[in-house]
Design a protein around this ligand. Sequence first.
Ligand SMILES: [Zn+2]
Length: 82
Amino acid sequence: MLRVYSYRMSYNITLQCGCLVYVACDPKTGLSHTRILEAKGPWCRARRHEIGFRLFLWEILPDPAYTPRPVFVSDGSRMAPV
Ligand SMILES: [Zn+2]
């Protein structure tokens, strides 16, 4: 499988399902133009999430039904009561 890692600006993001997606950005515009599934999440049930599969932007956007749970690193002692 051919992999193109010549882009200067790129990063990996982890989806909700645990899959790791490689995002390549255009060095000039900084906009992501290629998203390739790098590693399959252990609990991913999405059939389309195959390693090497090119993902569209809307496919990696958060699911509206997904409610993120914030992880607080502070014990809240410094938080003023509202
Ligand atoms: Zn997945």
